[in-house]
Design a protein around this ligand. Structure first.
Ligand SMILES: Nc1ncnc2c1ncn2[C@@H]1O[C@H](COP(=O)(O)OP(=O)(O)OP(=O)(O)O)[C@@H](O)[C@H]1O
Ligand SMILES: [Mg+2]
Length: 222
């Protein structure tokens, strides 16, 4: 299965989500996982490098690919249980190529106006890519949510913006927690640093929600 974590908003938490999902599949599903880093900033490659210096952490493979990567991804998919693609924050070729082969496209967004402004354009890109990859399941996930109960409305409003464009938005969200930032430093994941913590349960809930989604066969009835 290939999961693309993408979107065009910088800093929305794409790399963080991709890394934590990769650890989820390696740790909780005992799967062979490959990460594909399409971002010239190499955030995920650096994270893997830090991870590989710690022999106690289950190994995750990582390669860098840029540009027209559709065929590379198609052949890599056959050799791994899960391929997690981290696309950088631009509307680039690699993002579109990965959208054309992935089973899941996950788009992290903060509940902030500037992030939500990217939704119409993402919807546009997703519908174009659905023409070549009709079974692709696209979901927004709201990340870095404020924990204060008085701010809960912001999360609901963000979800409503996403659904108003007809794209699925996951029930599960991530809250703003330092452990996400702290775990990255060591090439680790919130699932490894504090397996019973709140951040770990957020990631598990997101992964399980993705896995429970049924393939999109709606095109067959159109
Ligand atoms: N739920 C969260 N709570 C707190 N911090 C978070 C959370 N999710 C991500 N972050 C932090 O936000 C910062 C940006 O995250 P990340 O690098 O994953 O974003 P990105 O979308 O990949 O950015 P870019 O567009 O530059 O690739 C990182 O320092 C990360 O640790
Ligand atoms: Mg990134």
């Amino acid at each position: 299965m290939m999961i693309l974590v993408g979107g065009e908003k910088g800093g929305s938490g794409k790399s963080c989500m991709a890394q934590n999902l990769a650890v989820y599949f390696a740790k909780h599903k005992n799967a062979i996982v490959l990460m594909v880093d399409c971002d010239p900033q190499r955030t995920t490659s650096d994270w893997i490098q830090a991870r590989n210096t710690d022999p106690t952490l289950p190994a995750i493979n990582c390669i860098q690919l840029y540009g027209k990567i559709r065929n590379d991804l198609l052949s890599l998919k056959q050799h791994y249980d899960y391929v997690i693609v981290d696309c950088g924050g631009q509307d680039n070729l690699a993002l579109r190529a990965a959208m054309s082969v992935a089973e899941h496209v996950v788009i992290p967004l903060r509940p902030k106006r500037r992030d939500l402004k990217t939704v119409p354009h993402m919807e546009d890109m997703l519908s174009t890519c659905k023409m070549v990859n009709p079974k692709m399941l696209a979901s927004f996930v709201i990340t870095q949510c404020p924990a204060l109960p008085t701010q809960a409305n912001r999360i609901l409003e963000a979800k409503e913006v996403c659904s108003s464009y007809g794209i699925n938005v996951l029930d599960s969200v991530t809250y703003n927690r330092n452990i996400y930032d702290d775990s990255e430093e060591k090439g680790s994941s919130v699932l490894e640093i504090d397996p019973d913590g709140k951040a770990a349960s957020e990631i598990i809930a997101i992964a399980e929600e993705l896995l429970a989604m049924k393939p999109d066969n709606s095109h067959e009835f159109n």
